[in-house]
Write a protein of this length. Structure first.
Length: 155
């Protein structure tokens, strides 16, 4: 769901991923875990799907989105820090423009380095860093708006 805009799109990507897994299962060499091999196929399928459908989606640049309040990333976390329900955060991640969404997911959840992300997506390392920064800033702003501007942190 993190890589898709809605449930139907996520189901399409999942089905396409499983088809690739079953079609290529004979190519699994057993060097690593089957789960890791399958996860890589699923992530690559989602990225490929996003690249193919990007031209069909209306794309709003993150710079064009109204910013109401930015929380300084250097600020310390206090006892007043709010924990946001994962479902709400997922909704916000899905609203990110595709490029920012993809970089954010690969870096934060899949724990790829900026170099690995740049290689996967065919972008520069600095573009990866910039997209991650803008995605975090957007999410921080939206969360602060929901939580009444309390301090938050996105890891």
């Amino acid at each position: 769901m993190r890589y898709a805009r809605n449930r139907e799109e996520a189901e399409d990507v999942l089905q396409e991923g499983f088809i690739k897994v079953f079609a290529n299962i004979r190519n699994f060499r057993g060097d690593g875990s089957f789960e890791g091999w399958m996860k890589r196929i699923m992530i690559n399928t989602a990225i490929t799907h996003n690249k193919q459908t990007l031209k069909h989606h209306f794309h709003t640049d993150i710079d064009e989105i109204e910013e109401t309040h930015l929380v300084n990333e250097e600020e310390q976390i206090s006892e007043n820090t709010i924990k946001l329900p994962p479902g709400k955060l997922l909704e916000m991640i899905q609203l990110l423009p595709t490029g920012y969404n993809t970089v954010f997911n690969l870096y934060v959840f899949e724990q790829y380095t900026h170099k690995e992300i740049a290689d996967i997506l065919g972008i520069s390392v600095n573009t990866s860093k910039s997209q991650l920064s803008k995605a975090r800033r957007y999410l921080t702003t939206r969360i602060a708006k929901i939580t009444g501007d309390r301090k938050i942190e996105l890891d």
